[in-house]
Design a protein around this ligand. Structure first.
Ligand SMILES: NC(=O)c1ccc[n+]([C@@H]2O[C@H](COP(=O)([O-])OP(=O)(O)OC[C@H]3O[C@@H](n4cnc5c(N)ncnc54)[C@H](O)[C@@H]3O)[C@@H](O)[C@H]2O)c1
Length: 356
């Protein structure tokens, strides 16, 4: 089969660290034909760095190229919905950055466009492709943990506010740490639990430190008056199968250090995933009434989660396989965030609507 022809929409940080290198790593399978960025200098610079022939400032011109088979959408969150819908309607497969969109309602529109187009839609949640998650998924599938009935899911930063781009702008981003980094940890927790159907969620969001100039930020200063998102969020999510998850996510908070991982509680074993540590997994089990703590020593090494994610996208298209990370799961994540934000305002448990 001939090579898949790719377009990249948005040529900022994630396009340059994940998408462009990911496609470039598999030159026998695909070729990036064009990039589009509203900022012409950024577009031209990315095209020059990655040897891409065409540069556009209007993404619709890129979508009008009949030879392009698939696109990556790597723009700020507020644009994911419209660009993805336009791309699907133009007959292109889409790898859309996380979060899928700012609200569940936008995800529904994207899923409907995907179903009508018959094209593939994948959400860029790369952690699933890393070695620890691949190992854990197999371990769980092989029945070693019994029923996983509860998980603690945490994406916690002590003083790491991303002050660049639009990450602190609620209008353009849809939310703060919950939607930005909580999305990764909630996705992989749900993935390991078999993506149960959520029914309701109760949440509280705080905005206590982000706007205050007295606080140190390890990632450099930013305009504190522009901080309109939450800086800390907590939630309890209930699922149809009786399981539940507590979720914590922060850009700032007074704690020992950042933590990115989850603790799964199964009837036969528990597992602590500390994904920024050099021992990312500890399994807590019991044999003959002896309690064992096990640390796997040869977790499969994955050179780049991003490369693996991009290659999975390309392979799924070429081989006609289902999306490795479907829009329906992106909707579940956004619908949970909708309910958590709503619950924080209402002070009540709120239903999670995952219908399309
Ligand atoms: N998967 C991950 O771990 C990860 C990490 C960082 C960011 N992201 C996601 O990637 C997306 C982009 O984040 P980023 O850090 O690369 O931001 P960025 O600001 O570095 O890049 C965004 C780019 O989009 C361009 N753009 C804006 N409007 C456009 C339009 N209408 N058409 C074409 N281009 C347009 C901007 O000029 C900019 O170059 C966000 O949704 C973010 O959540 C994902």
């Amino acid at each position: 089969m001939s090579k898949l022809r790719i377009g990249i929409i948005g040529t900022g940080m994630i396009a340059r660290t994940a998408h462009l290198p990911g496609y470039s790593a598999i030159p026998d399978k695909c070729e990036v034909m064009a990039v589009a960025d509203v900022n012409p200098d950024k577009g031209k610079d990315a095209a020059a760095k990655f040897n891409v022939a065409k540069t556009f400032t209007d993404y619709r011109d890129l979508l009008a190229m009949p030879e392009i088979d698939a696109v990556s959408v790597a723009t700020p969150n507020a644009l994911h919905k419209q660009i993805t819908v336009d791309a699907l309607n133009a007959g292109k497969h889409v790898l859309c950055e996380k979060p899928m969109a700012m609200k569940g309602e936008e995800c529904r529109e994207m899923i409907r466009a995907q179903r009508e187009s018959g094209k593939l839609l994948q959400i860029a949640l790369q952690w699933r492709f890393g070695g620890p998650i691949r190992f854990m998924r197999q371990y769980i599938d092989n029945g070693h943990m019994g029923e996983i009935y509860y998980a603690r899911s945490m994406a916690l930063r002590r003083r790491e506010v991303p002050g660049w781009g639009v990450f602190i702008d609620k209008e353009k981003q849809g939310g703060g740490p919950l939607i930005d980094i909580g999305v990764h940890i909630l996705d992989l927790t749900l993935y390991l639990m078999g993506y149960p159907k959520p029914v309701s969620a109760s949440g509280v969001t705080f905005q206590k430190m982000g706007p205050n100039p007295k606080h140190y930020n390890a990632w450099g200063d930013y305009d504190r008056s522009k901080f309109t998102v939450e800086d800390f969020a907590v939630g309890l999510i209930r699922f149809e199968n009786g399981a539940s998850i507590t979720l914590e996510s922060s850009f700032m908070g007074n704690m020992e250090k950042e933590f990115f991982g989850c603790h799964l509680f199964g009837t036969d074993a528990g597992a602590l995933l500390d994904l920024f540590s050099d021992k990312p997994i500890t399994i807590y089990s019991e044999v003959q009434q002896q309690l064992f703590d096990m640390v796997p020593q040869n977790i499969p090494a994955v050179k780049s989660m991003y490369d693996a994610e991009v290659e999975a996208f390309v392979d799924a298209i070429v081989e006609g396989k289902p999306s490795p990370v479907p829009g329906e799961q992106g909707l579940i994540l956004n619908a949970i965030f909708d309910a958590l934000y709503k619950s924080s305002d209402s002070g009540k448990d709120e239903p999670v609507d995952v219908s399309v």
